[in-house]
Write a protein that binds this ligand. Structure first.
Ligand code: RIB
Length: 305
């Protein structure tokens, strides 16, 4: 049917360095670039590039970044009627350091994203009836995330939560409103309170989250693929081997891939394949939205994997 993403949109300031600086150290970088990002917007671009009808609900500031970020979404035919331009605020920005291995560190300054409240839920309410899947992340206030999940469930839609950035605590009352949760290993560890260091602890974490009321748990394992569990099935999904240069947005690509596949009516296992392929391809190019693959590229890899 179609997908709505309620979340953050940032301008990413990306510095590429030979290695991460130590505290108090100055490192000379190789390259700097400004590119559109934000976990919510990245997931919207991912589903739109994979051919799904996509709506985005969020906030930008009344600055030039805001205008540019909105225009970029529109170039992918994403419906942005649910985006509020908050004149008095600055748009969200992310200071990103990518080192030679492709690993990254990110500091997000939320700007307008941080002011999202019940007025944005009112805009979301007008869009939810046109969609069947709501994608959420945690770069906007948690209260708004909770309200959005409840609204979507009230209307019979499905809710997919990417618990990133990892919260110190996710309220237990939220879990029953989540159909699919997609933490990475670090985020899952924070949610369950123990480290995920081997297959056994990964399975244990997934089952702990199922017991909290989620229907499908997907743990993103980066270059090791993914693990999923429902009440009736579970399994590991093999990774796809690519030449990684920049991991920014890989998790968003994964989520977008899973969401797009489910929206096409594919099975959970097939959707996981899409997620791992889209996530992996996102690491082969610089940036987040700029690195997300289109449908044709994903379909090609699906044939070969
Ligand atoms: O997941 C990657 C994203 O995290 C970046 O685009 C950055 O904006 C931060 O939100």
């Amino acid at each position: 049917m179609s997908i709505v993403i309620f979340g953050s949109i940032n301008m990413d300031m990306i510095a590429q360095t030979p290695r991460f600086p130590q505290p108090g150290e100055t490192v000379i970088g190789n390259h700097f670039i400004t590119l559109p990002g934000g976990k919510g917007a990245n997931q919207a671009v991912a589903t739109a590039k994979l051919g799904r009808l996509t709506y985005f609900v969020g906030r930008v500031g009344g600055d030039s970044f805001g205008r540019e970020l909105l225009q970029r979404l529109e170039t992918f035919n994403i419906n942005t009627q649910g985006v509020f331009i908050e004149q008095k605020s600055s748009s969200g920005v992310a200071m990103i350091n990518v080192e030679t291995s492709g690993e990254n560190t990110i500091i997000v300054i939320p700007g307008a994203n941080g002011n999202i409240d019940e007025t944005d839920i009112t805009r979301l309410q007008t869009i939810l009836p046109k969609t069947s899947l709501l994608l959420l992340q945690l770069e906007i206030p948690l209260k708004a995330v909770e309200m959005a999940a409840r609204e979507a469930k009230k209307l019979g839609g499905s809710v997919m939560l990417d618990p990133a950035p990892a919260p110190d605590n996710l309220p237990d009352e939220l879990y029953p409103f989540i159909d699919i949760i997609t933490p990475n290993q670090t985020e899952a560890a924070k949610l369950v309170g123990f480290a995920l260091k081997d297959s056994e602890t990964i399975k244990k974490a997934a089952h702990t989250l199922l017991q909290k009321g989620v229907k499908i748990v997907i743990i993103k394992l980066g270059e090791k693929g993914a693990f999923y569990a429902t009440e009736n099935e579970q399994g590991f999904v093999n990774p796809v081997t690519v030449k990684t240069i920049d991991t920014v947005g890989a998790g968003d690509g994964f989520n977008g891939g899973v969401a797009a596949a489910l929206d096409r009516g594919l099975s959970l296992r097939e959707a996981l394949k899409w997620g791992t392929i889209v996530g992996a391809l996102t690491t082969t190019k610089e940036g987040a939205q700029t690195a997300l693959p289109d449908l044709e590229t994903v379909q090609q890899l699906l044939i070969n994997n």
